[in-house]
Every structure is written in structure tokens, then in C-alpha cells.
Design a protein around this ligand. Structure first.
Ligand code: ADP
Ligand code: MG
Length: 232
């Protein structure tokens, strides 16, 4: 059964039809990547799933429930995530969890450490580089209690080494906890490394989804070696 079931979704911005009759399904525990050229509507799909926009037509079901226009159903890392400048990094990353109950500060600290931000737990966002802020936002999305995670180009600001490290971490979390993930990236290697399935949103005609069923043997996280795994 699909956890996420998007049926005939259409979204117009004024005269521009960005999505037309989009169908998209994600099964429970599945990792699906969404590719497509810039401007093809990937982030718009996420805004609709996250309830930040209302579709013109169509329905988004999560666990069988219509969530059109409903916020707070999924964990969502936007393409340009913002951190509150007056809150420290730890205060920022537990925000999502705070909305849904008591956040686990110890877990948050451990995750920040794993993200390479151990020295910045009590720092303010302005003290961090763009890549560090992106990792903080990534940790925030992982700490949200929802089991469906949408990540919109979460590693775009990272250097190659850090990016591979974060991919490896995400894959190990996915293997352990089996969240359902919808992941947007421009990096095809990244999509192949992480995904069960890769979908491509085409720009024309009018953003019809091409489902590319790629069957491949994906490496497991433990098979991936980083150069610093060899450094004693
Ligand atoms: P992608 O994430 O694939 O690069 P987007 O979903 O950000 O694409 O944008 C798809 C198209 O929709 C673009 O042409 C963009 O300009 C337009 N668009 C996105 N959001 C809005 C908005 N809030 N108002 C008007 N146009 C928008
Ligand atoms: Mg986008």
C-alpha cells in the first residue's frame, strides 16, 4: 500500500500550469528520488505535500487521509531552509520536535555531532557556513517525529566529501528505521546511491511524470568507504 498517494495533481500559478495531472506514489519504507530540470516543479510538489500550497485539482493522500492544504503531516526540509537567527543551533534543530511534544535534546546533540556540528551546538546560525546551516536543517528534519520525510536538495551546498558522508549517514538511518523518503536532487549518482526508485519530472509537455523504473543493485551504507575511513 502507498503511504503517499498523489492523484491527478494540477497546480497553476496564474496563467502558468506547473503541474498537470501528476500521479505519484511512495510505498511504506520506500526511498524515492525525484529528478527533473530546474523549474519543472519539484519544489512545488513538496510545497503541495507540505500543505504550504493548495492544488487546483487533485488530491494528496497520506496514510489514506486527504492532506490537501494541511501542514505538519510530514517532515520537510525545504530547498532553502531557514534557521531562526535568534535561536542557537540546538534550539533550531529541536523546533520541529518541540511542536509535537518533548524534544530529545541528547539525541539532537548526538545527531549534530554526527553531522559535524559538535562544536556549534550552542552557536548562532550567523556563525556557521552555508554548508553547516544546511546540515543543521537536515538534522532538524531528521528529528521531526513524522515518518514521511521530504528532502529538497538537502546536500546541494556541501563539498563533495561532506556530501558523501551525509549520504552514507542518511542511508544508514534509512536502513535502520525505514522511514518513507521523497528526495529531490540534481545529482544522478546520489539518486542511484540512495533510491529504490527514481522518478523524473519532465518540463514538457506540461510536466508529465515519467516513471523511470531503474533496477539496480544499490550499495549498502556499510559497503561505502570514505577516504577518512582509512585514516587511523
Ligand atoms: P524546481 O524545484 O523543479 O526547480 P519549482 O517548483 O521551484 O521548480 O518551480 C516550478 C515553476 O513554478 C517555476 O517556473 C517557478 O517560477 C514557478 N513557481 C514556483 N513557485 C511559485 C509561486 N509561489 N508563484 C509563482 N510561480 C511559482
Ligand atoms: Mg526546487
Amino acid at each position: 500500500m502507498s503511504v503517499l498517494d498523489i492523484q491527478s495533481l494540477t497546480k497553476d500559478f496564474g496563467p502558468q500550469t506547473v503541474l498537470q495531472g501528476l500521479n505519484l506514489h511512495v510505498a511504506e519504507g520506500e526511498f524515492v528520488s525525484l529528478l527533473g530540470p530546474s523549474g519543472s516543479g519539484k519544489s512545488t510538489v513538496f510545497h503541495l505535500i507540505g500543505g504550504l500550497l493548495q492544488p487546483n485539482h487533485g488530491t494528496i493522500y497520506l496514510d489514506g487521509e486527504n492532506i490537501n492544504g494541511q501542514t505538519g503531516s510530514i517532515s520537510y526540509m525545504p530547498q532553502s531552509p531557514s534557521l531562526f537567527p535568534w535561536r542557537t543551533i540546538i534550539e533550531n534543530v529541536i523546533l520541529g520536535a518541540e511542536l509535537f511534544g518533548k524534544p530529545d535534546k541528547e539525541k539532537a546533540k548526538q545527531m549534530l555531532q554526527r553531522a559535524g556540528l559538535g562544536d556549534y551546538i550552542d552557536a548562532y546560525p550567523a556563525e556557521l557556513s552555508g554548508g553547516m546551516r544546511q546540515r543543521a536543517a537536515f538534522v532538524r528534519s531528521l528529528l521531526s517525529p513524522q515518518s514521511f520525510i521530504c528532502l529538497d536538495e538537502p546536500f546541494s551546498a556541501l563539498d563533495e566529501f561532506t556530501r558523501v558522508d551525509m549520504q552514507k549517514w542518511l542511508l544508514s538511518i534509512w536502513e535502520e528505521e525505514r522511514p518513507s523518503v521523497l528526495f529531490v536532487t540534481h545529482n544522478i549518482e546520489e539518486a542511484i546511491f540512495l533510491s529504490d526508485r527514481i522518478l523524473v519530472l519532465s518540463e514538457k509537455p506540461a510536466n508529465v511524470m515519467e516513471e523511470i523504473n531503474v533496477t539496480f543493485d544499490r550499495p549498502r551504507s556499510e559497503d561505502v568507504m570514505l577516504t577518512n575511513d582509512f585514516i587511523a
